[in-house]
Ligand binder design. Structure first.
Ligand SMILES: Cc1ncc(COP(=O)(O)O)c(C=O)c1O
Length: 388
């Protein structure tokens, strides 16, 4: 059988060698420090779990939902006011997705035609590439480099590329590089997108994991953004509900309508108990979200400070649940380094090249273990003899 040529857009599974090594070491009884996968180890709050349990007891809630409940859309609008002080969001500017992964994965299909140019960061979260290419778009990668503090620099985008571009994907705080935006940077991005009639797509997965007193906001805090932007707003990381798949696309009504048109062809809506859990999260207390951010910061300090103390010069990340570490002296190949690190230290991290060509020369650590385990991981790295 000849399968779709679309599958040829994606390379082979690059993590196979790393997974094989992990499974083999675990089979020998070795306890590993898994700092590779970006799934929070914190628990969801009780009121969120209870809302789901209560709703699941009602047989009616097991039917196709077919739509986002009006009270869910209202809860998102109210949350934007409460959390971000944005009062321009109305229900026609909101739709749910089964996670931002799903939303971004389908974005190109709703927005693009073959050959359309889209602007993506390199390195980036991989579904940015997938979602664009599935829609026939041709990514033009803007580089996130140490020299520009891993932030988008619109002045480096050639005029002829800007004139052709359909959308620009930006995600701050950034996975994998750990950089964060400033009001000035967001204003520059909005001006650029308005000037060239580009849709600004902001993936706001980490607004609540931001360090050293910085404030995580919404793209809609920036004047002019409502004309040119949409934002993916996910509950996954703020509320530790990654498996429940709760995310929203918020912003320009014409873009929401296009995405809804695509979605209604292929989906019958979010499971109603999950919608109720989302309402509970959005309308409930947020103190545990704040506390959790403090815990991520303590982990960031334990990892980055710890690695620096053993001679590996890893800068602090400023937000997201990740640390972006340049390979230590003597290493140039991120996959080879990861394989050696798991073997010699029992520490698993992700090779930088898997996030795009500019990611080579780096590895990504996820802050998904408590401080005491991170300290032990740092000691294991020191004892491995790999850092000189
Ligand atoms: C930048 C970024 N966007 C989106 C996602 C996916 O989030 P969701 O669970 O809402 O699909 C992730 C998950 O790690 C991410 O890092």
């Amino acid at each position: 059988m000849e399968f779709s040529h679309r599958l040829d857009l994606f390379g082979p599974e690059i993590f196979a060698a790393l997974n094989d090594k992990k499974v083999a070491l675990e089979a020998t009884g070795r306890r590993l420090f898994n700092l590779s996968v970006g799934t929070p180890d914190f628990a969801p709050a009780d009121h969120i779990k209870q809302a789901l349990i209560d709703a699941a007891k009602d047989n009616d809630n097991w039917k196709y939902s077919l739509r986002d409940l009006p009270e869910l859309l209202d809860a998102v609008c109210a949350y934007y006011k409460r959390r971000f002080d944005v009062d321009s969001i109305t229900p026609d500017k909101v739709m749910s997705f089964a996670g931002s992964q799903d939303g971004i994965g389908h974005l190109g299909l709703a927005l693009c035609n073959d050959g359309d140019v889209v602007l993506l960061p390199d390195p980036c979260y991989p579904v940015f590439m997938t979602g664009s290419k599935l829609g026939g778009a041709e990514p033009w990668y803007y580089k996130l480099t140490k020299e520009n503090h891993f932030l988008p620099d619109v002045t480096a985008i050639p005029e002829e590329v800007a004139r052709k571009a359909k959308f620009m994907l930006v995600s701050l705080p950034a996975n994998p590089v750990g950089s964060i935006g400033t009001p000035e940077l967001y204003a520059q991005l909005v001006d650029f997108c308005r000037k060239y009639d580009i849709l600004l797509v902001h993936d706001n997965a980490y607004s609540d994991i931001i360090f050293d007193g910085a404030h995580g906001g919404s793209i809609f805090n920036t004047p002019g953004a409502e004309d040119c932007a949409v934002e993916f707003f996910s509950l996954s990381k703020s509320f530790n509900v990654t498996g429940a798949r709760i995310s929203f696309l918020v912003g320009r009504p014409d873009v929401i309508a296009a995405c809804k048109k695509l979605r209604t062809q292929i989906d019958f809506g979010m499971f109603l108990p999950v919608q109720k859990a989302a309402i509970a999260a959005l309308t409930g207390p947020l103190d545990s979200v704040k506390r959790q951010c403090g815990e991520y910061q303590a982990r960031r300090d334990a990892l980055c400070g710890g690695l620096r103390s053993i001679g590996w010069d890893v800068p602090n990340s400023h937000g997201s649940m990740f640390v972006w570490a340049p390979l230590p002296t003597g290493y140039t190949d991120s996959m080879a380094f990861c394989l050696e690190l798991i073997e010699k230290a029992g520490v698993i991290c992700t090779p930088g090249f898997s996030f795009g060509p500019s990611g080579e020369g780096y590895v990504r650590f996820a802050l998904t273990l408590p401080v005491d385990r991170i300290e032990k991981a740092v000691k294991a790295i020191a004892d491995s003899g790999m850092i000189h």
